[in-house]
Structure formats: C-alpha cells, structure tokens
Design a protein around this ligand. Sequence first.
Ligand SMILES: NC(=O)c1ccc[n+]([C@@H]2O[C@H](COP(=O)([O-])OP(=O)(O)OC[C@H]3O[C@@H](n4cnc5c(N)ncnc54)[C@H](OP(=O)(O)O)[C@@H]3O)[C@@H](O)[C@H]2O)c1
Length: 215
Amino acid sequence: MKIAVIGTGNVGKSLGGSLVRAGHDVTFAAQDAEKTREVAAELGASAADTPAEAATAADVVVLAVPYVAAEDVTSGLADSTAGKIVIDATNPLKADFSGLATEGGGSGAETFARLLPQAHLAKAFNTIFAAVQADPDTHGTTVDALYATDDEHTADVVAELAASIGFRPVRVGPLSAARELEIMAWLNMRMQMLMGGDWRTSFVLVGAPGAATEG
Ligand SMILES: NC(=O)c1ccc[n+]([C@@H]2O[C@H](COP(=O)([O-])OP(=O)(O)OC[C@H]3O[C@@H](n4cnc5c(N)ncnc54)[C@H](OP(=O)(O)O)[C@@H]3O)[C@@H](O)[C@H]2O)c1
C-alpha cells in the first residue's frame, strides 16, 4: 500500500519503519526536510518536501505529529487527502503532559475529521507506545491495534495495515470511540510516568467479539 507518514519522530519512525518492513511503499514528510530525508534513507522509505506532496501520492495518510500541530499540519492537506484514508495516531495531550486537552468532550480524531471533512478518518495506533510500534513482537504475544472509524472500507484497510505489521486489529466502534482510545492511551502514559515503567505496556482485549476482530 502507498502510505504517507506525516512526522519523523518517535511514532513516525517506529510505525513507518514497521510499515516499510511489511513491504509497504512509505513516504515521509514533516517540517524539517533535511531530517525527513535522513529518516527516510535510514528506513528504506521515500521523502517528500511537504506533507501535501507526500499525501498526494499516497492511498493512506498517517498523522504522527503533536496534537497541537493539528491545524497547522492539516491546513495544507485538505485537497491531497480528499477521498483518502487518514489515520490519526496522535494523542491530544496538554502541553505540560498533565492530561488530555479534550477533557471537556470530543476527541482529537473528531477534530481532525472536522479539519479534513473530505477524508475518511480512523483513529489507530495511538494506544501503542512507539517502542512497541517499532517491534510488535516485544512481548512475545500479539498486541491489539485498537481502532475506531465510521467507514467500513476504512475499517478494512486499517485492519489490513495493522495485521500486516504484526498486531491484532480490533475495531472498538465509530470514530467517536476515539475519545475512549485517547483516554486509554493517557491512562497507559500516566501509569508509566507515575511508576517509572519501560514504556512498553500494551493493551490486549481478552475475549474481544469476533465482529471487532474480523475487520
Ligand atoms: N511516543 C509514543 O510512544 C506515542 C505513541 C502513540 C501516539 N503518540 C502520539 O503521536 C504523536 C507523535 O508523537 P511522537 O512521540 O512521534 O512525537 P515527536 O517525536 O515529537 O515527533 C513529532 C513529529 O511531528 C512533526 N511535526 C510537528 N509539527 C508539524 C507540522 N506542523 N507539520 C508537519 N510535521 C510536524 C515533527 O517534525 P519536525 O521534526 O520536522 O519538526 C516530528 O517529526 C503525538 O500526538 C503523540 O501523542 C505517541
């Protein structure tokens, strides 16, 4: 699959690297074009000068940027993502990491859906720490890629992508379920911050219904 990964940080590199290893055609874009070229070369991917350039050539666009950059990064993506699948892997953290910026309601994913109204939005990979995105076999067991979307075709594609890199895809509901996925990710992060963990804790839903895991 042709995938644009916007962001070359922890998530961009980890998830993007796993997608490359699974045989996908990955193009990176971020703000720093020089760093983007270095990351792409290191991982065997391509580099674009802008997110819009990367998205134009892609079937699927993965957003791996800080949530505070949502408006900036989407401002140039409306045309290039129209009719395409956009996977929001972000977590809408407050700048001081004290909680979620969406506490009053809604989710970051729904914000992206409003900013990119012609794209097919999915929330995915936000509950998986970068270290596990880079190495889905970390725990010696299959970790769940929990995802949410309103669109059936988007669900099939996200499930296919997640499975291709070694996760069990689990559809948790419509895009509004991104609220809970973001809260789950925050729960995991806060526990790591409080307990001094290794940032590899992962979710596995025991007994997930077949309809959620069959794509
Ligand atoms: N770290 C994790 O374990 C983890 C796991 C799941 C989800 N998340 C979420 O995933 C997102 C990324 O996390 P991260 O740890 O990868 O962050 P990070 O290491 O700080 O990387 C952020 C990336 O976003 C790019 N970026 C920032 N503003 C941009 C803009 N306006 N346009 C284009 N690119 C822009 C940066 O590009 P430049 O370097 O070129 O400025 C950088 O490559 C966050 O929302 C985070 O909450 C993180």
